[in-house]
Design a protein around this ligand. Structure first.
Ligand code: UDP
Length: 355
């Protein structure tokens, strides 16, 4: 079986690390990786391929730093050409980025089967580019691999039972990756001693909905600065988008800023922190995998089971709520002994299904 995997952004590299390792165990499967180039900086892309031993991409389209339309359009064109040459049996995409929808659209119009990993997730906020990408990708996919029960339910509510698509609740490939790389991170990463960290909160901030709006960004910056000064040191690997937007809006984050880190460093930060504050999708779950409470700087989340289990709270972009919830969540002892995302064998499940 010849599979083309299209990836382009940091969380997709991490998910592909888990599934590609599983593909490699099967001699009937040939995986060809296409990197769209959406994330291209060394510490947002290369480091993951090297550290996580993801197979080198056979193609790199080097498409980045364009508007949504231009980026998606050029990706469709590039991926279509590869599909015509390679004639795969299946195209596989992850998540909710422009690379995801571009890959799915290019393949579907050539009558090539499409598998969507992380299908069925919804934030119910159609202003998020990610929401548009995931809904459209789901609709044209033949295999919908859902990480959670709520993802399966979302598809059912949208009438997917009557469509000619296979829906499987596989668990989350990100859990596979976290479990696998967590065994190696301690010997591979020195970040905790390097930064001299004791008790600290780990933060990330990069979503367009937060960084594009000066009002939202300044609320969050003020809240994080206050937490760093009065509650607990905050360590924040700064996404290039946020760096540019802070400068454009004339805002200053006075926390411990570091460059984006590789996955081993990230796991060590997660293992050792007291709390996670984020607007990332992936990091909300990783906080749970590493048994940390999470304060989410968004109005909605696709990972509703975290909220239902009390390990995550949504604070929107409200400075006061951010500070108050941080205090509460730092002192809350939560129950992490619930199985929300599978047993770390989502990749096995997906490969079995495809075979
Ligand atoms: N991540 C990382 N280094 C960083 C920031 C994030 O390795 O400096 C990882 C993080 O652990 C998670 C993934 O990148 O696995 C999430 O990526 P991001 O926040 O960019 O995207 P999202 O999950 O929101 O789509």
């Amino acid at each position: 079986m010849k599979i083309i995997t299209v990836i382009g952004a940091r969380p997709q590299f991490i998910k592909a690390a888990a599934l590609s390792r599983e593909f490699a165990k099967h001699e009937h499967i040939e995986e060809i990786i296409v990197h769209t180039g959406q994330h291209f900086d060394a510490n947002m892309s290369e480091v993951f391929f090297e550290e996580m031993e993801i197979p080198k991409p056979s193609y790199n389209l080097e498409i980045n730093s364009l508007s949504h339309g231009a980026m998606t359009g050029r990706m469709i064109e590039g991926i279509e050409e590869i599909l015509l040459n390679e004639k795969p049996d299946l195209l596989l995409v992850y998540g909710d980025t422009n690379s995801t929808i571009a890959g799915a659209l290019a393949a579907k119009k050539l009558h090539i089967k499409v598998a969507h990993v992380e299908a069925g997730l919804r934030s119910f906020n159609m202003e998020m580019p990610e929401e548009i990408n995931r809904i459209l990708t789901d609709r044209i996919s033949d295999y919908l691999f859902c990480p959670t029960d709520s993802a399966v339910n979302n598809l059912k509510k949208e009438g997917y039972d009557s469509l000619d698509a296979t829906i499987v609740r596989t668990g989350d490939v990100m859990q596979d990756a976290a479990l696998f790389y967590a065994q190696k991170s301690k010997e591979k990463s020195t970040i905790i001693s390097q930064l001299g960290l004791q008790k600290f909160a780990l933060a990330t901030l990069h979503r367009a909905e937060n960084t594009d709006s000066k009002e939202r960004l300044s609320q969050l910056v003020e809240g994080l600065n206050e937490i760093h000064e009065t509650i607990c040191p905050v360590v924040l690997p700064l996404h290039p988008r946020t760096k540019a937007k802070l400068a454009a809006h004339g805002l200053e984050l006075k926390v411990k800023l570091i460059d984006p880190v590789g996955y081993f460093d990230m796991i060590e930060l997660l293992k050792n922190c007291a709390l996670v504050m984020t607007d990332s999708g992936g990091l909300q779950k990783e906080a749970f995998f590493f048994r940390k409470n999470c304060v989410t700087m968004r109005d909605q989340t696709e990972w509703v089971e975290l909220i239902e289990n009390g390990v995550n709270v949504l604070i929107g972009a409200d400075k006061k709520k951010l500070v108050e919830s941080t205090r509460t969540m730092l002192n809350k002892s939560s129950n992490f002994d619930v199985n929300l995302y599978g047993n770390g064998n989502a990749s096995v499940h997906i490969v079995t299904e495809l075979l």
